[in-house]
Write a protein that binds this ligand. Sequence first.
Ligand code: 6GU
Length: 293
Amino acid sequence: MKIDIVSVFPEYFEVLNLSLLGKAQAKGLVEVTAHNLRDWTHDVHHSVDDTPVGGGAGMVMKPEVWSECLDELLQLEPAVVENTENIEDSAVSCDTYDTCDSGNSATVAVPAKSDDSEKTNIAQSSAGPVLIFPNPSAPLFTQQDATELSHADHLLFGCGRYEGYDARIPQYYRAQGIDVREYSIGDYVLNGGEVAVSVMLEAITRLLPGFMGNAESIVEESYTGENALLEHRQYTKPAEWRGIKVPDVLLSGNHAKVDRFRRDEALQKTDELRPDLIEALDCTKLDKADRKT
Ligand code: 6GU
């Protein structure tokens, strides 16, 4: 998987060479390049932002600089758009590939449409690049998004700073047939997209085949699978520590009982802390004992 990151603070991503991702790069599973957006400026001040049209506080990232950068990294012709009226102003959208039926003459690289479920979208598409913008006002990035993006062969992250980026940037690239996603990582505000991109990158790359030593540890995690629950508690030896005992059933050696105990705990914990996840459960996948819990 090839990963490009564009930021005004590319040094921020030097830490990626440490840690697990560094190992994945060494193994050749991923190739990560952090670019400096200012390399695509032409003025002496290397300016990347300007005041918001319509007024308001802060600065907004200019579309011209981004487009020079993104055209190059996406290997698109710097298209002369003849018919800008046809570029649809679609709302922030992260779950579709087919937002690009505009009659724009400059359309290139339209990914093949897939009728299948979201999970297999990328695996079955012609797997063009996916352009991702962190944005606190976008839909939440989930484990399902991470799984889906782990099948892409080229991810390009564009980190916004200041009050954000000109809305025409994602709009334009969608109209070019590029799979453009905007994601928030949670209901709080960060100064820029760099931390959010690091979070998404870690969630995505650890799912790459061969990345983790133990593939099972991925399968059993919270938020994975069709019926995502928070994970049960874990214990290791000793069986009693500072007067606190490990639950007896875990020492029983009875695997069925252990599984039931853990499942009950996961259901109870999820109900208490994340009722939204319980609401989203597929009832047909619950067994009799689950219902009792
Ligand atoms: Cl993706 N960006 C910024 N700046 N703040 C955030 C965020 C993203 N997600 C949550 N807060």
